[in-house]
Write a protein that binds this ligand. Sequence first.
Ligand code: SF4
Length: 427
Amino acid sequence: MTPYLLYSDGNGNIYEDTSLYAIGRMGWDAMPVDEEDWIELPDGGSLYELPERRGIGIDVKTGEMRLCEKGWAVAAFIPPAHTGLYMAAFEALPEAQTLPLFCYTAVGWYNEKFYVTAVRIERDIRQEAKGYNEDKIKLGVEHMLEAYPHNRLVEHLANNCALTYHCPAARNYFIGRWECPIPISPACNANCIGCISFQPQEETIYSAQDRLTFKPTAAEVVEYTVPHLETAPYPIVSFGQGCEGEPLLMWETIREAIIEIRKHTQKGSININTNGSKPDAVEELMKAGLNSIRVSLNSVRPEIYTKYYLPNNYKFEDIRESARIVRQYGGWASINYFVFPGMTDSVAEYEALREFIKYTDISMIQWRNFNIDPDWYLGRLGVTDTGECLGVRQLMDLIHEEFPHIKFGYYNPSIERMRNYDTDFAH
Ligand code: SF4
C-alpha cells in the first residue's frame, strides 16, 4: 500500500493527486517510504498546507520523482506520543516565507484515509486529544483561581496556559491529574533558533507563546503543587515549561521550593525540564530532593548543538554533565531529543549518541518531533549535506539493541513508572 500525494488549493481545501505516490524527506533528500512506516493519522493530528511549496511525489506510471503542480504541498502535525519518521517532501519557491514552529511530517491518502510516516513511541495516554473535557477544565480553572486568589502562577497557568495556549500539561493540572507544570524563569541563557517562547524582532516567525514576565516565589510554587502531589493520580510536578526561559537560572528558588514541598509530602515526582546548562545547580537540586531531569537537545554533536542553541556562557559539555550528575545521585535522566529525519539518524549523530549514552548513563530517550521549518533549520545551521543516514526507525532499533535498559517514550515518567516502566498506563 502506497498513499497518494496530497495538495491544497491554497484556500484550505485538500485533494489527493492519484497520478503521484506520496514520499518522504530526510535532510535535503526526498525518497520513497517503506510500507511499514505508514500509519493512519492518529486522533488529534492535523494537516497543514505549505504555501509557496510544491509537493514531490513518484509518478504512478513512470516511477519518476516529480513535482505536483496542481497546488501547494501538504504536511501533517502528528499528535504527542508519536514520532515522525519522515518529513513532508516539498520544493519551496524563491518567495516562500519561513514556516511557523510546527512539525511537518509526510502524509498521504489511501483507501479514504490519511496516512502519516510515524510510530507510536509512548503508551501513556496523558495528552490524548479525546481525554480533554473542556467543561471540566473550565470548572477546574474557576476552582483553583478561587482557592489561590493571590497566586500569580496559578493565574498564569489558568488564563494563559490552559485557556489561551491550550497547554496539555496545564489542562491536566486543572483536571487534577498527572503532570503539573511549574513555569519559573522569565530569562534564558540560550538563544535557540526555534525557541517557542521568544523570537527576535527581525525573525519572520512568531513564538508559539509568550515568556513568563515575573519571578515566582517558592511559596507560590509550593502552595499549588503540594495539593497536586497529594491528590493527583501518578503525580509529577515539572519545572521548565514552553512558556518560560531556562529554569536553572532560578535554581535557588527551585531548591527552596523542593525542600518546602518535601516537608509536606513524599508523594509523586519532582522533575525539571531544562537545557542542562548549570551542572552545579543540578547537583544542588539533587541534594534537595529533585527526582528527575529532562535535558532538551537538537543534537549530541557539540557543533550542531552549539549552532542551534547559541548558548551564553555555557557549553555542550555542561549539559552532558548535568545528565550524568542526576544519574550519579540515582535520579532519572531523560533527553528531550528533537527528531529531525536526516540529521538525528545520520551515522555521525548515531555514533555521538552512543558515546553520550555511555558517558551519561541516561535512563530514557524522549523521541520528540522537531517543530521547525526544515529548509530554515538546515539553512541556519549551514548544513548542505547531512551525510549517510540510517532511517529514524533503524536508529531506534540499533540504540534499543545496544542499550536495552534505556526506555523510549515521549513524556516524563511518574515515580511509579520509574520504578516499574511497564506499569499499566490505562489510568
Ligand atoms: S533553552 Fe528553551 S527558552 Fe531558552 S532559548 Fe532555547 S527553547 Fe528558548
